[in-house]
Ligand binder design. Sequence first.
Ligand SMILES: [Zn+2]
Length: 471
Amino acid sequence: MQRTVEIADFELPRGAVSISELMAMDRAGWEHLRAEINLRHKADPDNPLARCRLCRAGVYIKAQVTRAGHIPLFAHYAGSPADCPWYQGANLVPDDARAAQYRGHQECALHRSMCDTIAAFLKADPRCTHVAVDRYLKPHIEERGRYPDVYAELGQAGKFAFEVQLSKPFAFEIAARHLHYRAEGVALIWLFRDIATELPQGFRDVIAFQRGNAFLFDQAAFEASNDRGRLMLSAWLGDSRGGWLKPRLVGLDDLDRGNGRSVFLEDRRTPRLLSRGQEVREKWWQALKTGKPFDFTDPIVDKQFGPAWDSIKKYVPALSEWKNEFWRAHNARGRPHFFEVAAMLFSIARSAAVGEERVYVSRYKDKSRLAAMLNARLSNSSYKPYADLVETMLARSAMAHCLGRPSLHNALAEARGHTAQVGQEHPIWEAAARLFPEIFDGLLRAELIDLDHLPNWAKPMPARPTRGPEP
Ligand SMILES: [Zn+2]
């Protein structure tokens, strides 16, 4: 078997042509290719029409004489790198060494060819002012520069860095790269060639960073890019069951640069984070809509809140045991007690959401009714154990400015001074954390902050001067 160049990368729009494709062509087809290659070689020898996939040197089509007639083969020009595993000329590299070299070269060559193809499509974009492949990117801000696989400036569409990732080993500092490029005003996009069923962790890390989006430069993306004369990508969006939606073809303009941390087509992560609390609160908002203020000792109100109670018990099963213990300790029903604490927290949430003090319990009507209600509850020994809980909720919400009021400040300090506080391991705190994870679940809260999607009601606002006298 004669050694031959197995894949030649032609200038776009032709792209890759394998030796089997070449040999399957009719004679007129490969003769045309051969003529075009030769014309280019004459006119511009440094810029060959077709290159060897492995060594990137120019190749031509030679017509091999066989008994069956002429057979087309790709061949290196004389003077090509003799260490190319596909080099057909006389060289002294033994075959086993050549095979090992080939395996090392193969992925590297595919990587290089993908980068060149992507760069060519970027160059074809009329907005493109600059494209570089594997060129050191001199930083404007940070000290260390980087070598993006492909870098492009596309006018108003912005600056893009592409990292082409074929397999392991994966860049370990994914977040650091994103932060570096963000500081330079460059959007970083990771490109894969395919999506394996068992994705290595590095790929998963990137997809998580891209908010559940994977971008592929695959056959479909190549054909779409060829058709439209600019870079197109296959966008794979994760579904809620760990699989993928039907892939879509997208251009760079379709992508959202979000808060600059990563580029995505559709944020698949944030809605999932936000729904975590929304789902748990659903039954509560339904019950809270039925009319206020609520007297939870009233059997009719107690019944109205039945579905809300059943729902929270599903999330925090420890509430059942807590309810029994509460009865033993206080000779009082736990349910209305829990509703009362929940109503305090929902009053804070509602006030934070509408930007005005609202309460679900008590009949206070003035502007500072939230603080007045909390003051009254915290002076009752039954609710003193929740001073830490209430303060945490206030401090991390848009109602944080209420903590600046001396009366509330004193009521909290007084309650804390007299009574042991419920902590994170207490079923009521746990329930509060399930109802308002945006406030109490540190991991979820931090991730929403990172994504720039913490809801406004859960953001502490700068202190505002209160109007009117303290209640
Ligand atoms: Zn070669």
